[in-house]
Design a protein around this ligand. Sequence first.
Ligand code: UDP
Ligand code: MG
Length: 325
Amino acid sequence: MAKDIRYSVVVPCYNEEEVIQVTHKRLTEVMERTREVYEIVYVNDGCRDRTPDLLEDISSNDDRVRVLNFSRNFGHQAAVTAGMNYAKGQAIVIIDADLQDPPEVILEMIYKWKQGYDVCYGKRLKRKGDTLFKKFTAAMFYRVLNALTPIRIPEDTGDFRLIDRKVCDVMNSLPEKNRYLRGLVSWVGFKQIAIEFNREERFAGETKYPLSKMLKLAFDGITSFSYKPLKLATYLGFLISGFSFLYFLFILGQKMFFNIAVQGWASSVAINLFFHGITLTILGIMGEYIGRIYDESKDRPIYIVRSTHGYPELQDPDRGASTNQ
Ligand code: UDP
Ligand code: MG
């Protein structure tokens, strides 16, 4: 039966009680228009509100709905990864739960997929509702990332996309833990096309991406696709040594030919502080990489599924509930 599923829609959810029912209604309307078999995989990323109950409800009334309950909050990228691991469709669509990515665009993606494209990614033209700070930092980030990385990661693209089964299989086989999915999907290649859309305002609730999570995502993006920041130490080191040597010759000359002795405590301290700052920054950059190497070497799973709904084959008869661990 599983083979017959044509489309899987993966929806990561973190405290989305205010939107989830409306989202499900809009998604169902759109997916029914395809007149083909589909499933919707909702990933409950350790929600602390009523979202899990609502999802269970939705899933009991609609046998095309699956729910994965995480044991705690593992983050957006982990939730999408889980959805991709469990999805059974021939094409997999990833969409946010808050209706910022308009579900209607999925039909356009499906149309392109049928023309033979393997990855149809949504490219944001306008970002309604996002704060100026978010728009600015996002725009800067995509440009810095592209300057640093050898592979081209499309600008202004989120995780809203359709991927073909074969792309999904390849991505599922990549063992990275700190996943930056939009980078990985560019990295794997295949036939890709951008589909432009206007990003809507969040339907209700507030962003689940505070600055700390945004920074983590940004560091994951840069460190998993580039080691240029590490070279900064080498370049700066060469540059500063060169300057210091010239300056040393200059001071020596002053002393020997004009008998001018060096003075100035304040300037020495300022220069010292400046270089300590640089040293610490570079140590920090190295720490980012070492921490990620450490994460990878621990080889812990990317997420832990506590229970599932809508997967009859994963039922645990002893406890009545459906678990899969
Ligand atoms: N999300 C998640 N886990 C998290 C944070 C966010 O699954 O720890 C989900 C969230 O429910 C939404 C999507 O990721 O479906 C994007 O989050 P959000 O809309 O808050 O981010 P923004 O659009 O503000 O960047
Ligand atoms: Mg959003």
